[in-house]
Design a protein around this ligand. Sequence first.
Ligand code: AMP
Length: 249
Amino acid sequence: MKILVPVKRVVDSNIKPLVKSDNSGVEVGGVKMSMNPFDETAVEEAVRLKEQKIVSEVVVISIGEAKSQDTLRTAMAMGADRGVLVTSEDALESLSVAKILQHFVTKEQPDIVLMGKQASDDDMNATGQILAAKLGWAQGTFVSKLELSEGKAQITREIDDGQEILELVLPAVITTDLRLNEPRFASLPNIMKAKKKPIETVALADLGIDTAVRLEVKSVAESSSVREGVIVSSVEELMDKLQNEAKVI
Ligand code: AMP
């Protein structure tokens, strides 16, 4: 069984993103970039399935600037076997990414595309769903537990107020919730080994895929800041503040 894991290079999740002064997006120049946390979870799960000998090959793919190679190397240091880098300087929307992934699914013929439920940069939460629809495959989204057996996947989905358990017939697109696992840190020897693993590099322009822009970002703004909290010394003081300051009761 083969798993394809798309991994996106995004602003490191420990860094507070700064909105550009013209509100056109988020500042990425000189900012630490890392693998999208949801994709780390997907890589970890795929590698665990390989370690359990349920899966024979884990291929990772990243679409973006040449530096996305670092993201592929991180995934390979975690245990993925090889990488595919599709280079593009343009910001691509979910439909375009799904079309590119569809191209490589047709080429690689994986049984599962295991990917993040969302990329932490623009929180689109759309690529997996579009890809499944384009492929005509089953889809399982927001997955916090995954078990594979005889051409099927049993998944637990995180939904409002609870969990849903579904059985999918493979091939399928499965998107990960962070509850699925705790991703490992790559060890130094594995980081060194990953440098020798193969990466196939392809320029997006050579694939002949229509990636015309269909969405326009009108404005990006920071969320309104949370007010500082205070510690009250008694229930009476709390009631007083709720009634007279916050005016919520
Ligand atoms: P999104 O729909 O943009 O929130 O992203 C959902 C998932 O699609 C991510 O967690 C990745 O697995 C995948 N993805 C999105 N953009 C890219 C990209 N440029 N390269 C590789 N994978 C991507």
